[in-house]
Design a protein around this ligand. Sequence first.
Ligand code: ATP
Ligand code: MG
Length: 640
Amino acid sequence: MAERSTYAELHQRSLADREAYWAEQAQRIEWHTPFTRVCNNDNPPFTRWFEGGTTNLCHNAVDRHVATRGDQNALVWVSTEVGQERAYSYRELQAEVMGMAAILQAQGVKQGDRVLIYMPMIPEAVFAMLACTRIGAVHSVVFGGFASVSLASRIEDAEPVMVVSADAGSRAGKVVPYKPLLDEALKLSAHKVPQVLMVNRGLAPMPMTEGRDLDYTALREQHRGAQVPVVWLDSTAISYTIYTSGTTGRPKGVQRDTGGYAVALAASMEQIFLGQPGETYFSTSDIGWVVGHSYIVYGPLLHGMATILYEGLPIRGMNGEPDAAIWWSLVEKYKVTAMFSAPTAVRVLKKQDPAALKKHDLSSLRALFLAGEPLDEPTASWISGALGVPIIDNYWQTESGWPILTIANGVERKESRFGSPGIAMPGYDVKLLDEQTGEELTQPHQKGVVVIEGPLPPGFMQTVWRDDARFVNTYWKSVPGKMVYSTFDWGIRDEEGYYFILGRTDDVINVAGHRLGTREIEESLSSHAAVAEVAVVGVADQLKGQVAMAFAVLKDTARAATPEGALQLEGELMKVVESQLGAVARPARVRFVTALPKTRSGKMLRRVIQAVCEGREAGDLTTIEDPSTVQQIKDLVAVR
Ligand code: ATP
Ligand code: MG
């Protein structure tokens, strides 16, 4: 498989000789019937991968490994919330998945039916996902942290025949009952769900609705030892739907295929994530997000690795005690070779004692991969210093399913470059376009919209669930005169093809004709020692079109405790921006808050801040972590 070729050659071949390249990659998984056509792009932008082939995600993730590594760990569940730890071998995982699949089938769930999974981070959530893909049901996992309104809108969109849920989750040792939220959501939803399968953890009361709610424990007992053969599916059959984070607006239902996704993930495990079969992979994400789908569940298992499913905070130990090194103790215990997290999680750790990390033997770890948001320099250098392993930034989206930009150290050893998530991955024809003219920018350091020329590689979304028109209109029509997929992120590229992401296209401020990225201004403000975190938005201004408004969280709130102190610090911060970026970028105001509005996945909700500043309705708040952050900004804006 393309040995000895350099990464540049490999990438070139993945585009110039697309079909041959992916036909080769497709050998990484098992096919029940071989495909007859690698890439059908006759009807762009709808691309169909590995047509004619039949396969199954669950077969490739579980059954395939039972013969060769049946007794090795497949799923390791660690919950610091309930102080429990449990490992499932591939053989045990297969038995659990078949048990769950038997329940689904007995309740009439068939190929193509949707099953909505609203679960905490427990093994049954993974069993349910794999049971769905085993029998061809389409899973739609909704993040367990969402409340009833967000959940109801997703139930309405997915129209599931069944919801799988649990009595409760737990956060920081506090039980979070799920059932009342679920019941409320089921009531709110116009789509009526006929069956609800409940896993009872014994954490919270679980009132059951007669004729609708089913108890998993009882049914599991009934189906013990069940043998459920996999259903062979067309490569293009839908495996799951998942919603985007909703950072910029109403979440989009991303629809994924079967064969293309399996192939892309299998390739990424070796080329990008440096994992080897038999080793342990640890992604700290949640199954409610795309990273959880691809790199807690499917990627590691497709690759024959053990995967850690972690329920809990990064700073709390097995007995509920403060422990900033809990993750690293798991790295040591399970000899984790590759780990995946997010900058937002690392920022939490950064506030703790760095010495805690040094207590553990981290020699098994090859790299820490971070994704989801821009990786700032202080966070990157802190964690790299603390761990002593390469920190590998990777840029992608719910839509893509796997990294678009990063470093493929599994192909050719390359250094990451600070501030850049890396270069284009195989199959990705990434370009920068001028937003106004649609012209391709070919010179280094030109700033443009990051787009991908079709056909999109395997693993990428097929369409928006039940809304082909939204897929075409949202993603493929944003640049004039060009049918390309827009990421809606700004970027630049250097001489060697390294990209730098400058923020989202709707996070651009136009001050008196000057176009400024909010991220640039935020980075400038962050360079001041007093600032812990900051958000900058563009606010409509009669004179200048837009002005920049900044909201900062301070490391030490005392600095802005008095009006004089706040005013003085505001002046200092404005000077910083003025000297670094120029007067035009200077925020009109810098205000101080104790926390900023973020999505549940930790992404800044700039559109909400902007709406409040402009006196508009805040819009869709269903994905927000803490609504009181919006009130703080409202209060500040009210007293001008
Ligand atoms: P929505 O599309 O619903 O507004 P979202 O874009 O936040 O929500 P995700 O798919 O979870 O939903 O996030 C993808 C986005 O996150 C990217 O488009 C990019 O803006 C940002 N992102 C992800 N990884 C990185 C990274 N390594 N560096 C910079 N930005 C990143
Ligand atoms: Mg997005």
